[in-house]
Design a binder for this molecule. Structure first.
Ligand SMILES: C[S@@+](CC[C@H](N)C(=O)[O-])C[C@H]1O[C@@H](n2cnc3c(N)ncnc32)[C@H](O)[C@@H]1O
Length: 216
């Protein structure tokens, strides 16, 4: 590992990458680990940047933990969807280590979607696709989804996303897997219940309460 890479691995908010992250990137010949800050995102994002965090990839360890917890609920998911997919790490990891029929990454930076698609050429198709869309306008597809969020944005966009997809969550009982869950309160006040939480890691899993009625 070069000095440059070491700096990247240590300069993170929240989760610190480990050797498994380094190996996942290198052995699959992907480009995932370099952080993209908001200054750079500005070049490829037109709206809602002020509500966004920035690109840093989830660690294999935390994603694995969350996906295992989601599978413990004995749900059968049609679709894994990463909202704010960046360069696609969570999608590739889910494709490699878990069985989902379909995997989609939604990302509002055209530049990052380009990198994710370049990664996909190397990784192979494996039912993974990337959409260049803003989460604030994105509608979840039919079927039970495992919706993954790694602290992509603030409560403003989270609230919009939930509100636009409220009917979906009610009909399909999809789950939200939230990493670095700093805006979890937004989910709770909008009718979601916690199925799992690790306070130490800030990882959690939610489902909309079946009898919850949204106030209009
Ligand atoms: C912390 S990164 C997580 C990347 C990826 N999910 C992972 O775990 O490796 C958050 C990502 O969310 C994206 N993002 C932020 N706001 C967004 C929005 N409104 N719509 C879509 N993507 C957004 C950012 O560009 C960034 O790539």
């Amino acid at each position: 590992m070069s000095i440059g890479n070491l700096a990247i691995f240590n300069n993170r908010a929240g989760y610190r990458a480990g050797i498994d992250d380094y190996l996942f990137e290198k052995l699959n010949r992907l480009s995932l680990e370099t952080i993209v800050n908001r200054e750079i995102l500005k070049n490829t994002v037109k709206v809602n940047l002020k509500h966004a965090t920035y690109y840093q990839p989830i660690t294999c360890r935390n994603l694995k933990l969350l996906l295992n917890e989601a599978h413990k609920t004995r749900s059968s998911f049609d679709h894994f969807i990463d909202i704010g997919a960046g360069k696609g790490k969570a999608c590739f990891y889910a494709a490699k280590h878990f069985k989902f029929r379909k995997i989609t990454g939604v990302e509002f930076s055209h530049g990052l979607v380009k990198i994710a698609n370049r990664n996909k050429l190397i990784f192979g198709d494996r039912n993974v696709s990337f959409l260049s869309e803003d989460a604030a306008d994105f509608l979840l597809p039919r079927g039970k989804c495992l919706v993954f969020l790694y602290n992509p944005f603030n409560d403003v966009i989270l609230e919009k996303f939930i509100s636009n997809n409220y009917t979906h969550f009610k009909e399909y009982e999809s789950l939200i897997a939230y990493a670095y869950d700093v805006h979890r309160e937004t989910l709770l006040v909008n009718g979601f219940r916690t199925l799992f939480r690790s306070a130490e890691r800030k990882l959690s899993l939610y489902q909309l309460r079946s009898h919850f009625q949204k106030q209009r």
